[in-house]
Write a protein that binds this ligand. Sequence first.
Ligand SMILES: [Zn+2]
Length: 313
Amino acid sequence: MNNRRLILMITDQERTRYINIHSIFRQVGLYALIFLAVCIVYGIVSVRAFKDEIVSMSALNAKILAQYEKTQEKNAYLNSQIEQRSEEIGLVGDRVEDLESIIGVGDAQNTIREDLRERIDVASLTGAQKVFVMKFVPNGYPLDYYKRISADFGYRIHPLYFTKHLHTGIDFATDIGTPVYATADGVVEFAQMGYNGGFGNLVKLDHSFGFRTYYAHLNKIVVTHGSFVKKGQLIAYSGNSGASTGPHLHYEVRFLGNVLDPKNFIEWTMSDFSSIFENERNVSWQSLLTTINSLMGQVPPQEEQQSSPTAQE
Ligand SMILES: [Zn+2]
């Protein structure tokens, strides 16, 4: 039985050849075994290499985690530093207030805080304080001459886009080249020729106490960014630039970035000083007046006597 071997016999004209199939199978088996052995060895080596890689990766991961934690700690430390600094700043502020109350500057403010209603009473303001307000808060017309008001402040259908929108200013129809004046003391925040989002050639003035005025669709600008202007100073000439349907000046008054109805400011005069406080409710006028009062109304009488006559106007 064991001796049964498969032998292939190939015969041609010249000779007969014998091929031992059994030994071929044995050879093939040997090769397969070697191949299998190589595969196993390779597998083992590969797994080892992967393991090493995993180990080094987790080491890197741990390192990064440690760094992250360190950064977090540093962040927490910096945050606490910021808090401490803020507290210190608050403390300094308190001390300044203490100092003010010692000098006698802050006293008025504290009593006013308790009774704000009484302080809105405009009659208590001195003439000098009123002049101060009219110098720094926009009032009056930005031009000496105009044909008519072609658009008021408020919601309307846009003349070019036919959509409902807020007209953010007041339009004075006037000839190109009409002189345009600053409506309060301030600094030129923006003065640029161009489309400027439809405003055209535009001047923006930054005034005190959070007020801003815009003068749009200009023809010519005569002030530059950063220069200081007085109330009534010539800043530009009106035009028809940007998204405009005809020669006009678009004038805006803003407070803390919000647009207000310029009409109340235009009609505000020294002789009708309290009108703005009734018509424009988006500004806390009483706190503004309180501030102005404490800024220039609290000069102790002795100090006044001590100052030399030449120093007085
Ligand atoms: Zn307009």
